[in-house]
Design a protein around this ligand. Structure first.
Ligand code: NOJ
Length: 465
């Protein structure tokens, strides 16, 4: 069978906020991306995946969506997006949007309505539960960001119930048991497809089906809550949700689109339940067996075994992806390679080759193509990542000194990947306009590691890619 376009594509992930700032507000934006489209074309990519660029209070850098049908004004709004889509398509570059369907922002109209009264028609679009008899949270689950009290539930005074948020307090979980919610989401997604979007990356898609709302038997943390990640993914009933989602959106015959699921809890053993073309669920996904925040690295032996295992699924018509880093992970050359001046380039090339020669669609994360590295800031104030801030606060509450807490939490901070793209050796790496201040500090090594210097060198990584 003739391969589909997304099976032949190289996908480049853009974290817009850190890519290129065109107007000097310190935030990357879509006009900045438009300016760099020729760069991306030259790099040879076929498709861009944008992490969420919808209007958002940015509690989790856009993964807290306030309006699923618009584009963040600070990124240039819908005008910039439409221009970008047209220009990218003219260059033969497709555009994939991030869909955050597990939770929204509490500033989303849907949540405000849901919160307005127990009888609101959108009440069941979110997960509301009564307090226990003593007034405490409905169960002992912790939120992943150690936000607020640490619980996954926040009490709403007005309506006297708790809502569920597995991430930040301001990120309430959507309820996929609700017919009304499902139909609205399908309508919204079709709107993006009709505009010409080529596909979607589905945020934490394996978590849409919730487990029973009972206490986790695992040992609570010092604050009395349990972070039990295992119970949240791949629950019975998930496949029905994904199948219906696809049938009503990108799977419709009028679109030539695809979806890549962020698939926590999926291994080669259950992957085909999602990927087999017979199932009509996901075209592809990415798993966490190699690249995971909970594991600093993998041995070469483990890497080989995992790749061998996943290789089997292709024989039966399924398809998967390859990546070694993204916006949630440390920089790949620092983590799996060696970022010393002697070995940075050769090891980055080796990792690039691994990603691109294995079967599956390769994903390149911005900056990887010039070997950008991890960063270690000396003050917690320079960090922005919710995990880093939450874990730091918890370490301090737990009695750790600020120095030790910082040393601990910066190891696997997601901010390693989120510092501004290093374009050249000028002030702030050429990310923003002269005199402006980037939303997060640039990596101090930008004078040596940047696009201009890489491309001028005889052993250019960019050229290797
Ligand atoms: C996965 C995203 O990649 C990450 O950045 C985000 O914090 C969580 N999902 C919550 O949306």
């Amino acid at each position: 069978m003739e391969p589909k376009w997304w099976q032949k594509a190289v996908i480049y992930e853009i974290y817009t906020k850190s890519f290129k700032d065109s107007d000097g507000d310190g935030l990357g934006d879509l006009f900045g991306v438009i300016e760099k489209l020729p760069y991306l074309k030259e790099l040879g990519i076929d498709c861009i995946w944008f992490t969420p660029i919808y209007p958002s209070p940015q509690v989790d850098n856009g993964y807290d969506v306030a309006d699923y049908e618009d584009i963040e004004p600070a990124y240039g709004g819908m005008t910039a997006f439409k221009e970008l889509l047209e220009k990218a398509h003219a260059l033969g570059i497709r555009v994939v949007m991030d869909l955050v369907l597990n939770h929204s922002s509490d500033e989303c109209r849907w949540f405000k309505e849901s919160q307005s009264s127990r009888d609101d028609p959108k009440r069941d679009w979110y997960i509301w539960r009564s307090p226990r008899e003593d007034g405490s949270e409905p169960n002992n689950w912790a939120n992943k960001f150690n936000d607020g009290s640490g619980s996954a539930w926040t009490f709403d005074e007005k309506t006297g119930e708790y809502y569920l948020h597995n991430y930040a307090v301001k990120m309430p979980e959507l309820n996929w048991e609700s017919r009304g919610l499902r139909e609205e989401v399908y309508r919204v997604i079709r709107g993006w497809l009709d505009m010409g979007v080529d596909g979607f990356r589905l945020d934490v898609i394996t978590k849409l089906k919730k487990p029973p709302f009972v206490d986790s038997p695992k040992k609570p943390n010092p604050f009395g809550y349990v972070l039990d990640n295992e119970i949240q993914s791949c629950n019975p009933g998930l496949h029905e949700i994904i199948k219906e989602l696809r049938e009503n959106t990108w799977g419709l015959p009028q679109y030539d689109a695809f979806a890549v699921g962020e698939a926590g809890g999926v291994t080669e053993k259950n992957a085909e339940e999602f990927l087999s073309p017979k199932r009509g669920e996901l075209e592809t996904l990415y798993h966490f067996q190699i690249v995971s925040r909970n594991r600093p690295t993998v041995t070469l032996k483990a890497y080989k075994e995992i790749q061998d295992n996943w290789g089997q699924i292709f024989n039966r018509g399924s398809w998967t992806t390859e990546h070694l880093s993204n916006h949630d992970q440390a920089r790949q050359v620092s983590r799996f390679g060696n970022d010393s001046s002697k070995y940075r380039k050769p090891s980055a090339k080796c990792l690039a080759m691994m990603t691109h020669v294995f079967p599956g669609t390769p994903f390149v994360y911005q900056g990887e193509e010039i070997g950008m590295t991890n960063v270690y800031f000396d003050s917690i104030d320079d960090y922005n990542d919710r995990y880093t801030l939450g874990d730091y606060a918890a370490a301090i509450r737990d009695g750790m000194t600020p120095e030790d807490a910082l040393r601990k939490v910066r190891i696997n901070s997601r901010d390693h990947a989120r510092t501004p793209m290093q374009w050249d050796a000028s002030e702030n790496a050429g990310f923003t306009v002269p005199g402006a201040r980037p939303w997060i500090k640039v990596n101090p090594n930008y004078r040596e590691i940047n696009v201009s210097s890489d491309r001028a060198s005889s052993d250019s990584l960019f050229a290797f890619y």
